[in-house]
Design a protein around this ligand. Structure first.
Ligand code: NAD
Ligand code: ZN
Ligand code: ZN
Length: 388
């Protein structure tokens, strides 16, 4: 089959690889009909997350069930499903605690990132390096889906792939951000990052009846997209201080009720070497998180959706303490929200596909990563067709 394989930072190619097969009786094999590139894939592409051997990337995908393991009860050949990006067994301590994203059984090969403090086994993710279990991803014609009774959700034929694809990740991710921030109605929500995740957070904030939604980005074209897709107020990022001042000026000097970091680890755009990326990281690329901590009001909540691959030793803990900030974040709790969010899509309460700017064949994956990572051609979101 054809699949997008990462060989080294910056080097991803569409290769001919072996078709996946059923390994466990609870697996299905999915024929992938649509798959997207996520900002999280860029952390691997940039070398922020090391991957020691070639791997098929991709954790935003959907398709048709092709083959079913003998213990799978809820799916049959021909079912059309979207698949949450975290892999969960459905029966361990964390799965039973409403935290399937931290499933103890899905991650078999965990190791801590160099110098990092994470030393416990965590949940597995599709196509997200050996650190997250070493599972092949779905930027491919076929993918093995473990614990198939737990993750995949059937979708109605009346909806196109593009209308439901983002239920796999970025919509539940944006929604997790506002849910962690306890948005109930009337709040001023500031979102840093007008990428796919930030825009989904903005859409989610409106779903939860936020009073105002302000979005910040370094790129004018991304802000334009956020206005068109989610009707946000915008601030162009110049430097942290100026942005924080502008946010305070809009909020009677108090700061926002909620700040959402939808940027995360931002290495120098040309850094593809992990060692260099780490140096850059420690030098200050938590600037967005710092700005969130400054721009949020006393007693406010900061939700961190942007991914941070390692430790950082200059965290503004004094500010955290003095302002009494609640800080939440992590990989999105997709399983918790996906059924409700699918219903919103079915009911027409929300549109997700208006952020797509590029539709490309999987064979052009190298080009697709380049334009998405380097923000070329006003790229916001790329959907890949494995069969074109
Ligand atoms: P993206 O790269 O398309 O978007 C990031 C945006 O941040 C870009 O528009 C960029 O211009 C902007 N940006 C960069 N520096 C900025 C700054 N200083 N201030 C304001 N904006 C700035 O990526 P995406 O797909 O939207 O993903 C965003 C983040 O969310 C990534 O870190 C990704 O790994 C993470 N993510 C997390 C989860 C989760 O489960 N928590 C899920 C999906 C993605
Ligand atoms: Zn993702
Ligand atoms: Zn589990």
């Amino acid at each position: 089959m054809k699949a997008a394989v990462i060989h080294a930072p910056g080097k991803i190619t569409c290769d001919n690889t072996e078709d996946p097969g059923i390994k466990d009786a609870t697996d299905v094999i999915l024929k992938v009909t649509a798959t997207a590139i996520c900002g999280s894939d860029l952390h691997i592409y940039s070398g922020g997350f090391p991957q020691p051997k070639p791997m098929i990337l991709g954790h935003e995908f959907m398709g048709i069930v092709e083959e079913v393991g003998k213990d799978v009860k809820n799916l049959k050949k021909g079912d059309r499903v979207v698949v949450p990006f975290p892999i969960a067994c459905g029966s361990c301590f964390f799965c039973n605690s409403d935290l399937p994203v931290h499933c103890e059984n899905s991650n078999h090969e965990h190791y801590g990132p160099e110098g990092g403090l994470i030393d416990q086994k965590g949940g597995g993710l599709f196509g997200y390096t050996d650190l997250y279990g070493g599972y092949d991803g779905g930027q491919a014609q076929f993918v093995r889906v473990p614990y198939a009774d737990i993750g995949p959700r059937k979708v109605p034929d009346s909806l196109t792939d593009e209308q439901v694809l983002f239920l796999t990740d970025i919509f539940p991710t944006g929604y997790s951000g506002v849910d962690w921030a306890e948005v109930k109605g009337g709040e001023t929500v500031v979102i840093f990052g007008a990428g796919p995740v930030g825009i989904m957070a903005a859409k989610s904030a409106w779903l939860r009846n936020a009073g105002r939604v302000i979005i910040v980005d370094t790129l004018q074209y991304r802000l334009k997209k956020a206005v068109a897709a989610a009707n946000c107020e915008t601030i162009l990022w110049t430097d942290a201080e100026e942005v924080v001042e502008k946010i305070r000026a809009k909020t009677q000097g108090r700061g926002a009720d909620v700040c959402i970091d939808a940027v995360g680890f931002e290495p120098d755009r040309n850094i593809v070497d992990r060692a260099k990326a780490l140096i850059n990281f420690e030098k200050g690329s938590i600037k967005v998180l710092e700005a969130c901590m400054s721009a949020v009001r006393r007693g406010g909540i900061v939700s961190v959706l942007g991914v941070y691959p390692t430790f950082y030793d200059n965290f503004p803990v004094g500010q955290f303490f003095d302002k009494g900030i609640t800080l939440r974040g992590g990989q999105a709790v997709v399983h918790k929200h996906i059924d409700k969010l699918l219903q919103y899509v079915i009911d027409g309460k929300i549109v997700l596909d208006d952020i797509i700017t590029h539709r490309l064949p999987l064979t052009e994956v190298a080009y697709a990563y380049d334009i998405f990572k380097n923000k070329k051609e006003d790229c916001v979101k790329v959907v890949l067709d494995p069969w074109a």
